[in-house]
Ligand binder design. Structure first.
Ligand code: ATP
Ligand code: MG
Length: 447
């Protein structure tokens, strides 16, 4: 992918020269004449190159603003003063490097390339550290319920093999944790664990993300790039939200699962890999099968070892342990949780499952002023819910179809038209929602 540089310089001539040089060197360039103009462009920049002395808001202020948004964003300062002091100041304030005006454009390009390289390395290190942290998480997956005990036993058994695993369960039940536990208990534990979030990748980028591409495969493909599957070679690929994979990609996934082979985009060389696949879904894939939005053959290839994680409300006996665990993990200064507080937690339905429990405890700890977390400290998102039959009746005069459409429209509204998010609110896959929208005659975003 091309790196995007935000160049901020008030002198128009120099701004043009910089733009020409940078785009000539293969970067995408955003230009701004003032720091104020630059601020809204910060979040898409991979690197900021800014003059120190600017009309109103200074380069130093811009540096601070950039780091408030993203502490890792490399910022290079250009300064006309040529004194060591200003340069030192800028470095102290967190700039990665500086160039003194007048500078040669070659020198500028070298400084930029070096800064980008350092930043890529730092990202890589952070990723590694995160992975390392997760390595020890298996022992902190809590669950004394029968259901969880059985799941742990399955994890250990299946970890020893290369069998494909399909994890199913509502959002926040721990699918991510289990996927990592399988990897780190497998003989592949020292090989890569590559997570692929199928909802987060736009449909038109998915093929190149998963399978990689060759130079020239499409406009903008200046170099070749390996995809996620190649990165996962000899390790584990974790396909999260598998229900959201579009039909065109489903065929290719099937081939990976059956033959362990694929081609990069724009290449006809077949690559063979040795990869363990774990997939996860929080929606009912069977419903997607019936609607024809998910391939049956792919489903059976994925569902070799199914692991169904029950929602927290179906294993309430895990709540006390989880609560103690989270207090110990998060409660700086707070040492325990009272029986009454646990009791309160046990009377809630936990639609957001363990993630919600963790969040509630984290929030409650903030309010807690003693060494024990009390019932009064605990704020649940809504009042404890008990479901009466009345909740299930349709509003008067509405058919089931009309009711469904109303709910779908409401979800889309709440998600500001974002279909993936609306689907999540509804507990449907993106494909299942798309299917329903087409049934309603609403396909292309109109609501
Ligand atoms: N059994 C457990 N013990 C301890 N922590 C847990 C457990 N289950 C889940 N958690 C914690 O709850 C949070 C959500 O878990 P996780 O991300 O694995 O859920 P998920 O099923 O992948 O959800 P989603 O479908 O939204 O991705 C994490 O912070 C995780 O550490
Ligand atoms: Mg997850």
């Amino acid at each position: 992918m091309k790196k995007r540089i935000l160049a901020v310089e008030d002198e128009e001539k120099l701004r043009r020269v910089i733009e020409l040089q940078l785009s000539g060197a293969g970067y995408d360039v955003d230009l701004a004449g003032t720091a104020e103009e630059a601020v809204p462009l910060l979040d898409r920049a991979d690197l900021v190159l800014t003059d120190l002395k600017l009309p109103a808001m200074s380069g130093q202020d811009l540096l601070a603003a950039a780091h408030r948004q993203n502490a890792q964003l490399p910022v290079i300062i250009m300064t006309a003063f040529g004194t060591v002091e200003t340069a030192v100041e800028a470095m102290k304030a967190g700039a990665v490097d500086f160039v003194l005006k007048p500078f040669s454009l070659d020198h500028l390009l070298r400084v930029i390339a070096k800064a980008l390289e350092v930043s890529a390395l730092r990202d890589e290190n952070r990723k590694l550290r995160e992975e390392l942290g997760h390595r020890y998480q298996f022992d902190s997956i809590i669950g004394h319920s029968r259901a969880m005990q059985e799941i742990f036993a399955t994890v250990i058994r299946v970890a020893a093999t290369r069998a494909t695993v399909l994890l199913a369960g509502e959002s926040g039940v721990g699918k991510d944790l289990i996927a990592r536990a399988i990897h780190y208990h497998s003989p592949r534990r020292d090989r890569p664990f590559v997570k692929i979030n199928c909802t987060a990748i736009p449909e038109n980028l998915m093929e190149s993300e998963l399978f990689g591409y060759e130079k020239g495969a499409f406009t903008g493909a200046n170099t070749s790039k390996p995809g996620k599957f190649e990165q996962a070679d000899t390790g584990t690929a974790f396909l999260d939200e598998i229900g959201d994979v579009p039909a065109s990609i489903q065929v290719k996934l099937l081939r990976v699962l059956q033959e362990r082979e694929f081609e990069r985009l724009g290449s006809n060389k077949t690559l063979r890999i040795d990869v363990r696949v774990i997939a996860a879904t929080n929606a009912d894939l069977r419903a997607a099968l019936e609607q024809g939005t998910f391939r049956e053959d792919l489903y059976y290839r994925l569902n070799v070892v199914p692991i169904n994680l029950p929602p927290l409300r179906q294993r309430m006996e895990d709540i006390p342990l989880l609560a103690h665990h989270f207090v110990a993990k998060l409660g700086s200064g707070v040492e325990s949780i009272s029986d009454a507080a646990i009791e309160k937690l046990m009377h809630y339905q936990w639609p957001g499952n363990v993630r919600e429990l963790e969040n509630v405890i984290e929030r409650s700890l903030v309010l807690c002023s003693s060494r024990t977390l009390e019932a009064a400290d605990i704020r649940l998102d809504t009042a404890p819910k008990t479901r009466g039959l009345g909740d299930y009746f349709l509003p008067e005069g509405m058919s089931l179809d009309e009711y469904e459409q109303t709910i779908i429209r409401e979800a889309l509204k709440r998600a500001s038209g974002n279909k993936s998010q609306a689907a999540r609110l509804l507990g449907l896959t993106r494909n299942a929602l798309r299917y329903r929208l087409s049934q309603m005659g609403l396909e292309s975003g109109e609501v």
